[in-house]
Design a protein around this ligand. Structure first.
Ligand SMILES: Nc1nc2c(ncn2[C@@H]2O[C@H](COP(=O)(O)OP(=O)(O)OP(=O)(O)O)[C@@H](O)[C@H]2O)c(=O)[nH]1
Length: 350
């Protein structure tokens, strides 16, 4: 069966007060004007949603208040996603996490949800409070600093925000620091989170192999999606530095690839594929039908261990697997899975 249309999910990450809500309101305006329907999941540590006041009333919004998504009971976020998708049929959903959230936990929860709800996490956008990061880097390097590092590391797109408060050399310093932590994302200096929203649109297109959106304008330099070797990255990285470019685009820093199976695959062949996953893929999960078993299985993979549990999903759930990692080739994983699917051309069980 063809996979049903998925609602794009973007995770907005960044420390307290970095400029996430400022970005969110701009993104909502942009997508609404472009004729698309955005929805929002707001997570606040406090009991009231103040940021929500800044979002236009007609934008469907789900509020998770009184705690951080990453520590609250698992399932709240999935419930919110489910309600928005079924009740509002949005085209895209922005999740604004609290500034203290560990993004990996949220990525994990959204990708878990994507196994049973038609959503797909397309990218993590992290807003960095550039002056604060610089300050912490020079002084304490404590817990906040480490959290900011986590938020930066898992981003596909990085906004180095509040640059109006920094001088030229400080900008270079913060840019170098962030690049060291995450050479694969694109960095953009921003004031009041002002960026070209086509960069956000491009993240959505990426999964569909349409990565040349901005290339048509001739203004940006993209690496091909299939470039995966470390050397090439290093080269590109150095190259970008030589030219002092702040537009280092890399599309291999994929934090999630979602594969929808069109047919059942052989269980042994699948196991072998999983055992050979590159080590950059550190997490995977899925719901699968195998050509050689009668039951469906929930598949889990973490720290190079895999696990299969028989399940009977409730409702219509497609065969799907999500791969999470840093800097792995989405194409390589996809091609290997397509090959598994075509192993038994006569077997069309789904
Ligand atoms: N000077 C300066 N202030 C900014 C910039 N971007 C945002 N701000 C201000 O910083 C404050 C926090 O911005 P928000 O967008 O609410 O930040 P947030 O990340 O959503 O904050 P939390 O929801 O508390 O995590 C607001 O007063 C913004 O007006 C910037 O580029 N420069």
């Amino acid at each position: 069966m063809m996979a049903q249309k998925r609602v794009t999910v973007y995770l907005l990450s960044g420390f307290l007060g970095s400029g996430k809500t400022t970005l969110l309101t701009k993104a909502i305006d942009h997508f609404t004007e472009a004729g698309r329907k955005p929805a929002v999941i707001m997570n606040e540590i406090g009991e009231v949603n103040l940021d929500g006041q800044l979002v236009a009333n007609e934008v469907p919004m789900s509020e998770l208040l009184g705690g951080c998504i990453c520590c609250s009971s698992r399932g709240d976020l999935a419930t919110a996603l489910h309600e928005l998708v079924t009740g509002e049929q949005p085209d895209l959903i922005f999740i604004e996490s609290t500034g203290i959230a560990n993004p990996m936990e949220i990525i994990d929860e959204v990708t878990d949800a994507s196994l049973i709800i038609p959503v797909e996490l397309k990218a993590v956008i992290t807003v960095v409070d550039a002056p604060q990061l610089l300050e912490l880097n020079r002084t304490s390097r404590g817990k906040t600093y480490r959290l900011m590092k986590e938020q930066i590391r898992c981003a596909n797109l990085l906004l180095l925000n509040k640059t109006d408060l920094l001088t030229g050399t400080a900008l270079e310093e913060v840019d170098a620091l962030v690049r060291e932590w995450n050479p694969y994302a694109t960095n953009h200096f921003t004031v009041f989170s002002q960026i070209d929203m086509r960069l956000v649109e491009m993240l959505e297109e990426e999964g569909r192999e349409a990565i040349h959106l901005l290339d048509e304008q001739g203004s940006h330099d993209h690496e091909a999606d299939s470039r995966t070797s470390h050397e090439e990255h290093e080269h590109e990285h150095d190259h970008a530095h030589e030219h002092g470019s702040h537009h280092h685009h890399s599309h291999s820093h994929v934090m999630a690839y979602t594969h929808f199976f069109e047919r059942a695959v052989d269980s042994n062949a699948f196991e072998e594929f999983v055992s050979k996953l590159p080590q950059e893929v550190y997490r995977a999960k899925g719901i699968l039908s195998f050509s050689d078993t009668s039951s469906r299985f929930l598949f889990q993979y973490a720290y190079r261990e895999m696990d299969f549990v028989k399940i009977t999903p409730k409702g219509e759930v497609p065969d799907v697997a999500v791969f999470i990692g840093e800097n792995f080739s989405r194409n390589a994983v996809r091609d290997a899975l397509l090959k598994l699917e075509s192993m038994f051309d006569s077997d069309t069980k789904s």
